[in-house]
Design a protein around this ligand. Structure first.
Ligand code: ADP
Length: 742
């Protein structure tokens, strides 16, 4: 009997140990509960094994030793079990501390419990058995066990009552059962002894049963939490995306719920299908390198477009055992992309149409202004009548304002449509500042304002950047300062700071003593079409676009523009720009330049070149008359023609030094004419420099024309001074005599 009992207990110990170990090995992410469970199984097995060994002993001392080790396991099991219950019942604070602390009290009793003289061993029909002599300690031990059992039972009842979720209640009931089984086993042990039966190890056997219940509870707990092991169940039930598992022979063998819904078939019907039975595939999707493949295909059944990701599944030897296929229905996305693409094409077309419209408008408006300004400039040059001159000056002012307005609107629409591109080229900051000073000096002088430029002479002068836009920004700020200042002064202070990588941080601060801006209006300053201080500025020309353009241009150049102002006293606009340095030159002194323009308006040309021959090509006869008029005093010989074809004929027949070629002409336009010109077999004007004259002032056109092969570019309305400067540059120097006083 005792051997049987021992082998039974030994077998149960082994089972308990391996079941515990197996559970732990199966769990990929080990948490507190997993470790506690494994320890409890270990202690349970130890309890059984050592108490079992006591049974088969004949030597009392050895039996006492095994019992002492067995007792250690009993306490270990109690501690683990209690902590598992604390974890599951989620008690906190004092209650948790008390429960956890109490179970450790048993350890204090341990030295007494194992003392040889306190235990009486006796041989029974079941093997070696023992009794603890009655004393204060044995009573304490019984009380301790009873309190611990009642406490754990109370804890499981508390948990069962408090839990809301059914799975937690289930755990609570199982734990309750465990406590009851162990408690019953122990009580029976004691009771049997009390009524004179030899101690039968009911507590040891009972704890095995409790351990099995605990094992079931632990598995149930594991199944109902998110773990890698039960992911497949979630994929099966919860994932909406169809998931297919194909075996090595590429036959579908497992599908999830999502897949059956997707195919509209039962799981059995789905199985044995091949991938090509489900999707329209151009080639075998399972033949691919690496471990992952993604294909896009249409589904036979539903005709929707799917993105299919195929992953190889490997065994421990890295051999393929199957494929996992996850399907994403991308029909909506593809349709949306197609829609977006169509919309984009439509928007691009509209944008192109807008650009064409802008270029056209620019051309159409500039052409008549060209005529007005050109003719007007001739009146200014040739008339001696003071009243006529006064009218002509007014026309000149109005047409310039109109031109600025058109340019602003064009710039603004370019920026808005994202078409404004910066052109980085070397330029001289010194020249730029001198030009600005000359240009603004005249305006300031007309208003009786003092214009001062404070520029350190060693400021880097050879820069790389978009000169046109830098000029536009500063000119705008300066013009505003002059416009909105009635008396006093305008001062521009330039400062610089060299940065790493050959760049310079330039600060242009323009201070005026003008009308100033109210603090509440400063935020609106850079808004489009926003003119502030309306009551004061309505008499001053402006659209409210200038600063908005400045702001956008500056941010395109990665710079900043800020303003400080005191209403009624003046403002300071500060522009900070980062520019690359292209050479070692400095700005030097910014003195006012001689007033070339005034001189010319007074009738003196920059040069004379009676031997020079110029061919002017424009379909608009007024423009030709303007060119003729503007250049009359230079005495150059001008031939005028009105089409590209005539231009080719004239160039073939005669030698011309410079050809002024209009771009937009009916029939053959300027660009085509230039192409044909260079291909002319008979061309007496082979060496002529060709300058394009155009009313197209869109950004980037200059570069476009130079790329097409023109030598230079002059935008309409043509200013006499600019035209003379260009001709002086391109006419053979031998033919040019510079005017005295130049
Ligand atoms: P515009 O000058 O064409 O009206 P801007 O965009 O250049 O447009 O300026 C917007 C508004 O900012 C102006 O209408 C004016 O009220 C105010 N403003 C600009 N510069 C100054 C300045 N230096 N002093 C006072 N007010 C200014």
């Amino acid at each position: 009997m005792r051997e049987f009992l021992f082998y039974l207990i030994f077998g149960l110990s082994c089972i308990t140990y391996f079941v515990g170990l197996g559970s732990l090995r199966k769990t990929s992410k080990k948490g507190v509960i997993d470790r506690l469970y494994f320890l409890s199984a270990l202690f349970s097995a130890g309890w059984g094994l050592f108490i079992g060994l006591v049974l088969v002993q004949t030597d009392e001392d050895l039996a006492a030793l095994f019992r002492a080790v067995g007792m250690l396991h009993i306490f270990g099991l109690m501690i683990c079990f209690t902590h598992m219950m604390i974890f599951w019942s989620d008690i906190r604070g004092r209650r948790k501390r008390w429960t956890a602390g109490f179970v450790w009290l048993g350890v204090l009793l341990y030295p007494f419990l194992i003392r040889r003289e306190n235990v009486v061993f006796e041989m029974t029909s079941y093997g070696m058995s023992y009794r603890i002599r009655t004393s204060i300690f044995s009573v304490s031990y019984v009380v301790f066990c009873a309190v611990a059992a009642v406490n754990l039972l109370g804890l499981s009842v508390y948990m069962a009552r408090r839990c809301v979720r059914r799975r937690e209640k289930d755990i609570a009931y199982s734990l309750m059962l465990c406590v009851m089984i162990v408690g019953f086993g122990c009580a029976l042990d004691t009771f049997l002894q009390m009524i004179g039966f030899a101690a039968f190890p009911t507590s040891t056997l009972g704890q095995f049963v409790a351990q099995m219940v605990l094992c079931r509870t632990y598995r149930f707990y594991n199944d109902s939490r998110v773990t890698l092991e039960n992911m497949s169940r979630f994929v099966y039930y919860s994932v909406d995306e169809p998931v297919f598992l194909f075996d090595e022979a590429e036959r579908l063998c497992i599908v999830n719920n999502g897949a059956t819904i997707f195919l509209g078939l039962s799981a059995e019907e789905c199985c044995k299908l091949r991938l090509e039975d489900i999707f329209v595939l151009e080639k075998d999707a399972f033949r691919f390198r690496g471990s992952k493949n993604r294909v896009e295909a249409r589904c036979w059944q539903r005709n929707n477009i799917c993105s299919i990701s195929i992953d190889k599944i490997y065994d421990d030897y890295q051999d393929i055992i199957g494929y996992i296929v996850i399907v994403h229905d991308v029909t909506e996305r593809v349709r949306m992309l197609e829609r977006l693409e169509r919309e984009k094409q439509r928007a691009d077309k509209a944008n192109e149409a807008k650009s064409a419209f802008l270029a056209n408008m620019s051309h159409e408006i500039r052409t008549p202004i060209n005529a007005v300004m050109g003719m007007n400039e001739m009146i200014l040059r040739e008339s001696a009548e003071p009243a006529t001159l006064e009218y002509a000056r007014n026309i000149q002012h109005a047409s310039k304002t109109l031109l600025v307005l058109i340019n602003d609107i064009l710039d603004f629409s370019k920026i808005e449509s994202g078409m404004m591109e910066l052109v980085e080229e070397p330029y001289s900051l010194g020249t730029l500042l001198r030009d600005l000073r000359t240009e603004c000096g005249m305006r300031a002088e007309e208003k009786g304002l003092a214009l001062t430029f404070i520029v350190p002479e060693d400021t880097p002068g050879d820069l790389l950047g978009d000169e046109v836009r830098v000029r536009q920004v500063i000119l705008n700020i300066l013009t505003n300062a002059i416009k909105y200042t009635m008396k006093g002064s305008v001062t521009m202070t330039v400062s610089y700071e060299r940065q790493a990588q050959n760049t310079v941080r330039l600060t242009f601060a323009v201070a005026d003593t003008g009308i100033g801006i109210k603090p509440e209006n400063i935020g609106r300053l850079f808004g489009k079409f926003d003119r502030i201080n309306e009551e004061q500025v309505h008499a001053i020309e402006g659209t409210g676009l200038g600063l908005s353009i400045v702001d956008k241009l500056v941010s395109l150049m990665d710079g900043t523009v800020t303003v400080e102002s005191e209403y009624g006293r003046g403002s300071v606009f500060t522009v900070v720009l980062l520019q690359k340095i292209s050479g070692g030159g400095t700005v030097g002194s910014i003195r006012e330049q001689p007033r070339q323009r005034e001189k010319q308006t007074a009738g003196e040309p920059l040069f004379t070149a009676p031997e020079a021959r110029i061919l002017a090509v424009d379909d608009n006869k007024v423009n030709l008359a303007v060119i003729r008029g503007l250049l009359r005093k230079t005495k150059v010989q001008i031939t005028c023609v009105t089409s590209g074809r005539e231009c080719l004929e004239a160039a073939a027949k005669e030698r011309y030094d410079v050809i002024l070629l209009d771009h937009m002409m009916p029939g053959m336009d300027g660009i085509e004419t230039l192409e044909k010109l260079s291909g002319l077999p008979e061309n007496r004007s082979r060496d002529a420099r060709v300058i394009v004259l155009t009313a197209n002032a869109m950004a980037g056109v200059r570069e476009m024309y130079l790329e097409k092969g023109f030598d230079d570019y002059l935008s309409k309305p043509i200013e006499g001074a600019a035209l003379e400067l260009l001709l002086k540059k391109y006419l053979p120097p031998a033919l040019v005599t510079e005017s005295a006083g130049e």
